[in-house]
Design a protein around this ligand. Structure first.
Ligand code: RP5
Length: 152
């Protein structure tokens, strides 16, 4: 994520990865404030053993696109809700990537972070049968929790 202030949103991705038993590393890497850290992370992510990158940032949210420019790993971008424009700026900063440098773009804020975690798990589950079972069970549990008629 681009800032400590993004963690309350990005924690939703971490939470669902915890629920699914997927290991991860949560880091602050700012495209603007720590560009050297960004380049070091992006260039070595594959060699360091990462399989998927979830990048959350707000405002002028260049982090996901820059990570995607530096690695061929799948990059899932989460537009963090900004104070000034409620995350519309973040969304537009992430979504409109040029052809050839793909960045998956999720919904603004916590739903996007949760879904980024689920999508990352789904990607990893393609080559992990146990995780695939856990993901199916997680989804079935969510489906089972939806009442057919409203209460009250
Ligand atoms: C972005 O600027 C971060 O991703 C964050 O969403 C936003 C605000 O950062 P702080 O000023 O709270 O550190 O780079």
């Amino acid at each position: 994520m681009g800032s400590q202030s993004d963690w309350s949103t990005m924690r939703c991705a971490a939470d669902v990865l915890d629920e699914l038993g997927v290991s991860y590393s949560a880091r602050i890497v700012s495209a603007h404030r720590t560009p050297d850290r960004l380049f070091a992370f992006g260039k070595s992510a594959h060699a360091d053993g990462f399989k998927v990158v979830i990048a959350g940032a707000g405002g002028a949210a260049h982090l996901p696109g820059m990570i995607a420019a530096l690695t061929h790993l799948p990059v899932l971008g989460v537009p963090v809700k900004s104070k000034a424009l409620k995350g519309l700026d973040s969304l537009l900063s992430i979504v409109q990537m040029p052809a050839g440098v793909p960045t998956g773009t999720l919904a603004i804020g916590e739903p996007g972070a949760t879904n980024a975690g689920l999508l990352a798990a789904a990607i990893l589950a393609l080559s992990d049968a146990d995780l695939s079972q856990r993901l199916k069970a997680w989804r079935a549990d969510r489906t089972g929790s939806v009442a057919e008629v409203p209460e009250g």
